[in-house]
Structure formats: C-alpha cells, structure tokens
Write a protein that binds this ligand. Sequence first.
Ligand SMILES: C[S@@+](CC[C@H](N)C(=O)[O-])C[C@H]1O[C@@H](n2cnc3c(N)ncnc32)[C@H](O)[C@@H]1O
Ligand SMILES: [Zn+2]
Length: 529
Amino acid sequence: MHTKNEVFYNKTQYPKYELKVNNRDMSIAVLRTFISKHKEEHEALLSKRNKTALKVSEDNDSGLQAPTESTTPNGRSNGECKEMPQDESNGTCQEPEKGKGRWELKPPRVLEALSASGLRAIRYAREVEGIGQVVALDNDKASVEACKRNIKFNGSVASEKVESNLADARVYMLTHPKEFDVIDLDPYGSPSVFLDSAVQSIADGGMLMCSATDMQCYVEAVEKSAIPSRYGSYPLRGKYCHEMALRILLACIESHANRYKRYIVPVLSVQMDFYVRVFVRIYTSASAMKNTPLKLSYVYQCIGCDSFHLQPLVRTVSKDTDVKYLPGFGPAVPQECTDCGKKYNMGGPIWSAPIHDQDWVTSILADVKFMKERYPAFKRISAVLTTISEELPDVPLFLSLHNLCGTLKCTSPSAAIFRNAVINAGYRISGTHVNPLGLKSDAPMNVIWDIMRCWVKNHPVKAQPPTQAGSVILAKEPQLQVNFAESVASVSKAQAKKVARFLPNPERHWGPKLRAARTITSIAIRAVS
Ligand SMILES: C[S@@+](CC[C@H](N)C(=O)[O-])C[C@H]1O[C@@H](n2cnc3c(N)ncnc32)[C@H](O)[C@@H]1O
Ligand SMILES: [Zn+2]
C-alpha cells in the first residue's frame, strides 16, 4: 500500500462536505446522547430498586408481606411502557455478587459490523467519552488489515478500545446474542441481509444504527423495485417517498425484532445525502410486542390527485381495562377517490408511529451545539436536527404544495400563506427534514382541497378538460370559509430565530460516488471521506 493511500485519523483531512462525515457526525452525536441517557436510566433504576428494597424492609419490619420483585433490572423508559414487563432482561447492567455493592453500569460496547478501514470505529473510540470496547468487523481481508494499521496509527485510546476482526458480520452477530449496547450497520446499499442477526445481538435497551443507500429503489416503479423482496413492503412513488423509505426500513426492522419477542423504539430517523439512517432502541417484551400492528399502516395514494390515506393493520376495542386487537376494517377508502374520482394505489405496510423521540432530538441537538467544534459537519447536522425538532411527531408522510398546485394547474401560494390557512382552520402544520417544500399536517384531505379551492377563487386557472383530476376537484364548492390571514403560529421556530434548516448542495453533480472496488486503494479513499 502506498503511504499516500493510508487512512489515518486526522480531523483536518476531512473534506469540507462529505456524505460520510455527515453520517458519522450524526452517529457520534446520537452515541453521546445514548451514553448520557443510559446513565440517567441506570441511576433511575438504582433509585427505584433502593426504594423498593427500603419498602420491603419496612414492610417486613411491620409484618406485611413483601411484594414480589422482578429479578431483572428493568424500569427503563422507552417512550411507551412506563414499566418494563417481567420478561425483559437487560444485558448492560451487571448484577452484583451476593452481598456486594451496587448494580454496576458497564461502559457501552459497540459493534461496527461493516467497518471497512475502521475510521468510524476509531472516531467512536476516540471522540465519545464513556464508550467501552468497539469491535470493528469486515469480511474483506484488505479492509481488516487497513483497519488494524489505522488502529495503530491512532494512539493508545484506539489501540486499547478498538478490536478489528475478519468475520462475516451475520455469523458474528448470531454467535454473540444480546452482547452489544450499540450496533452500527453501514453497508453498501441495503442492510436487509444483516437485520435478522443484528436485532438478536443487541442488549435490551441497546441501540441499532442502520443506514440504507439503496434509495433510488424506493422511487422506482414497483415492478422494477427490489424493495418488496428486501424489506417486505411496497413503496409508492410520491414526493414523500424518502420518508416512506424511512418508514419501510423501520417496519422491516420491527418485523425482524418481533421474531425474537423484541420490538423497536425509534429515537431518530434521518434522510440525508441520498441515504436513510435510523437509530432505534431494541427491547424484549412479548406483551409490548402485541402493539406492533397498531404501529403499522397501509397507504392509499390517489393516482389522480396524490391525496393519501392511511389504514392501520388492526383496530382496538377496549372494555373496562381489557384491550382487544381486531383486524382493521377495510378498505379505509372507497374504490374511487372522494376528491377527484380516480383510483388508488396501495403501498406499505409502513411504520406509522413516530419516527423520532423528540426528547432525544432535543438532547442530541443541545449536545451538538455545545460541542460545535467537535463536529466537522456541524452546520449540516444542526440544520437537519433543527428541522426534525419541529416536525409534527404524529403525522406520517407529508403534502407537497407543488403537487397540489400541479394537480389544479394553479399558481402556488407561499408556504406561509398555506400554513396560515391550515392553522386558521384549526389544524396543525409543520415542515419536514426530508423535503424543503414538504408540509406535514393533520388536516384531512378534504380540508386541504377546500383551502386550495378558495385560493383558486382568488387566483383563477385556465379551463382544463372536465375529466382531469384538477377540474373534478375545482367543480366542487368549498365547504370551509378559508382564512389566509397571518397566524403567529405559522412561522416555524427556526424561521423565527433565523436558524438555517436546509443547506444548499456544496457543489454541482453532488451525489453518491460509485461503489468502491475491492482494492485497498479505493477502500482507503472512500473511508477517508
Ligand atoms: C460502506 S462500507 C463501510 C463504511 C464504514 N462504515 C465507514 O463509515 O467508513 C461496507 C463494508 O461492509 C463490508 N461487508 C460487506 N458484507 C459484509 C459481511 N457479510 N460481513 C462483514 N463485512 C461485510 C464491505 O467489505 C465494506 O468494507
Ligand atoms: Zn384523487
């Protein structure tokens, strides 16, 4: 290997804007937050245990019967279950020997399952305080050799913490069940073949960080798309296809987790620079897993006007404290679109529950701002996180103002005017990090079209053939008295503070480069980026 091609850890070598730098910086930010939340959860667990122990001893003293206690250290908050069920175990918390000290929290162990030359693993070890061992795997001999050299180049911390192995990641993860607190999957293309073993190798409460770069597949026509076979869901073409990609990936990870009585809790899901990356925590609980179908939906998208509707896989019926899960009533839409009369395409199932945990997003963003100089991609990742922090958490997918106007062949209202109308009609609206022109809203489609009908009344359009979707929509009178007057709530917080939310592409022809060839030179070049 020519010395010029050696990959070593040197911050000044990062090209100013690079796909992988954004990806790694975001992962480091999430990892830092994971470590601090992990500690908080552990402290909460200890204090809960102490309180329980105190109560037991008081009850014993007073002759009352002691409550039965789970032998596993549980009680982690996962955003859904306040109390962890009894079948949950926790791989990261070491039970003290009888009669000895406190439950000890071990520094998190990280597996970078597809590490190439190890740059990411080395950054984790050197830059993330409180991290434990980092295991870097690759099934390519030359990459592992490069990784071992890079570990040496990077001083004592890297040498102590990072271990490089030549292994097939799938076999390694299968033979190390529930051993890692964090697993990072960053493949060329699709992660689908690694998911089944990855969800088994993560400790309870641990985190899976997973990228997918087979983005173009998501926007291809179904007959050409590899998505159904890789991920088990049907994508739909539409402006929201990248968010759909995130939600298809989440649904796929959940389905693998469910096979092992486990389930996911997403903390951050990002579409950036031609790839998607999700950060999800994994827990074990046969009872909580029953909620999975409530978090999955089919999507109906009109072929005429792009209106979309979601149908959850199941419905619940509650009687007293008993909740029953029954098959969903379907279809959620009539055969013909109620707005324009055309047919619907059906896609999914997608993950329709929240894709971020806003508490995590706030902590990650705060950390990024606090340690600004430690993030080479600070501008980019803080812009993305700011937009994510403003996204409506409970509204899957989004509208495109351009598409709405394209259907009606009208001039477009500004996003601010459209936001005013939605808010004045009593609904919520936000941007989305995946598309600067996308708008998330809980307003039903008939309200959205009424807003557009009223807009067109003041901004008339040329007559179109009567069968066109736009003509059918405009032929109906609006039911709503739309108010376009300015509403204070319509300006996003970031806009109000003049915080950048979308940065322009750094150069022309910006995009992913070709897949690296199997030579050490190209791997090295790619890894430096
Ligand atoms: C996109 S690169 C990883 C880049 C790296 N994560 C980074 O941030 O620089 C994907 C790597 O996965 C490795 N790989 C592919 N299949 C594998 C498998 N089954 N087991 C282990 N490594 C594998 C490839 O050799 C390649 O080096
Ligand atoms: Zn329609």
